[in-house]
Design a protein around this ligand. Structure first.
Ligand SMILES: [Mn+2]
Length: 195
């Protein structure tokens, strides 16, 4: 069973193509035009063992908002499509990731019920050229389009780069755990019979 998907999405604001393999090694090539965002998506792919090719051309002359949100939408769609009926997957995944003074938790359920709880406070409004408030928009777009119940919690942290980096690594690790196949699971991991 191959869990690979290619999607292209074009609007008046962005033009994005994605090529994802959920069962990869973390191999990735990412170009969103936003350096810090590329760095974070690279970490997500590496720590999630996801092969990811992502090319996004957005209206950065306006600001980064459309690009970040639309990357979240297409990434969510690609994850959802790649996982298909979610047969025999573990469904839940959680990961605590420390980075120096920072400790973050991502806990998620591939439930088909989109929900985001984002309990993160930043000390700076910007990291690189990017507004920190955009990360919540990104994760909401991913959760809504992938059908993930997604909890992101920062326990402590003062350096904004560390905080966001720990969250992206934890997201990759939690998603990797939740998407693993467990042969003991016949059908889907739900008494309801569907996810
Ligand atoms: Mn870094």
């Amino acid at each position: 069973m191959s869990r690979k998907v290619q999607i292209k999405r074009k609007t008046n604001e962005t033009d994005i193509s994605i090529d994802i393999n959920m069962d990869g090694t973390g191999n990735n090539s990412i170009d969103t035009g936003i350096g810090f965002f590329d760095h974070m998506l690279n970490l997500f792919a590496r720590h999630g063992f996801i092969d990811l090719k992502l090319d996004a051309k957005g209206d950065l002359e306006v600001d980064a908002h459309h690009t970040v949100e639309d990357v979240g939408i297409i990434l969510g769609q690609a994850i959802k499509e790649a996982l298909g009926e979610k047969k025999s997957i573990k469904r839940y995944g959680s990961s605590y990731v420390p980075m120096d003074e920072t400790l973050a938790l991502v806990s998620l359920d591939l439930s088909g019920r989109p929900f985001l709880v984002y309990d993160v406070k930043y000390t700076c409004e910007k990291v690189g050229t990017m507004e920190t408030e955009l990360f919540e928009e990104f994760f909401r777009a991913v959760a809504n389009n992938a059908g993930i119940t997604l909890h992101i919690k920062l326990f402590h942290g003062s350096n904004t780069h560390h905080i966001i980096e720990a969250i992206f690594k934890a997201f990759g690790r939690a998603l990797d755990e939740a998407t693993q196949i467990d042969d003991r699971i016949k059908g889907v991991m739900s008494t309801k019979g569907s996810l």
